[in-house]
Design a protein. Structure first.
Lengths: 123, 108
């Protein structure tokens, strides 16, 4: 069955970086885009960016002003999201999510999600 | 960015009730609208995509409708496991997905 398993919770100081992993199983990793979405306490879901695991192409939300780097390791079927220059407002649960190819339905949606990784930024 | 606004923000209902949640987009998104259910401490779960297509495995009491700027999610007969927070999401602008603020469905 399809699974996205994320790395564990992190506590970081302001100004530091955090790298969250998302290991995929149960499907061909390179056939589905991986997106990253975060949710600050009591806030709505916020899209951060995505990677095409097949060719490594990425696109990030401008809301993060270049602080997001998304990479992948196809040999490990794992995607990574690194967020730099952390501030307290970055305290949130970070999710990876799978997006099926457009040609499979003609639409974009996240059909499987990781379990989430809590990142706490505190001095 | 396309802004998504849900109403109401919270809703109290009883088991067996019919419930409708509304989502409005700041511009036309055709039918590029998805609905997710999220329970406390869990990841969102896809319910509806393309405004009205039921995701595989989702009970038929869930349905979606709408196009353009106005959309609805309807639960025909609430079950105990349906009490959760529901989010709409537009996928019309695929490089800047945006979500509604959520509707928390609580037990009356």
């Amino acid at each position: 069955q399809v699974q996205l398993v994320q790395s564990g919770a992190e506590v970081k100081k302001p100004g530091a970086s955090v790298k969250v992993s998302c290991q995929a199983s149960g499907y061909t990793f390179t056939s589905y885009a991986v997106h990253w979405v975060r949710q600050a306490p009591g806030q709505r879901l916020e899209w951060m960016g995505w990677i095409n695991p097949d060719n490594g192409n990425t696109k990030n939300s401008q809301n993060f002003q270049g602080r997001v780097t998304i990479t992948r390791d196809t040999s490990a079927s794992t995607a990574y999201m690194e967020l730099s220059s952390l501030r307290s407002e970055d305290t949130a649960v970070y999710y990876c999510a799978r997006l099926p190819p457009y040609h499979s339905s003609g639409y974009y949606f996240f059909d499987y999600w990781g379990q989430g990784t809590l990142v706490t930024v505190s001095s | 960015d396309i802004q998504m606004t849900q109403s109401p923000s919270s809703l109290s209902a009883s088991v067996g009730d019919r419930v409708t949640i509304t989502c409005r987009a700041s511009q036309s998104i055709r039918n590029y609208l998805n609905w997710y259910q999220q329970k406390p401490g869990k990841a969102p779960k896809l319910l509806i995509y393309a405004a009205s297509s039921l995701q595989s495995g989702v009970p038929s009491r869930f349905s979606g409708s709408g196009s353009g700027t106005d959309f609805t999610l309807t639960i025909s007969s609430l079950q105990p496991e349906d009490f959760a927070t529901y989010y709409c999401q537009q996928s019309y602008s695929p490089l800047m997905y945006t979500f509604g603020q959520g509707t928390k469905l609580e037990i009356k």
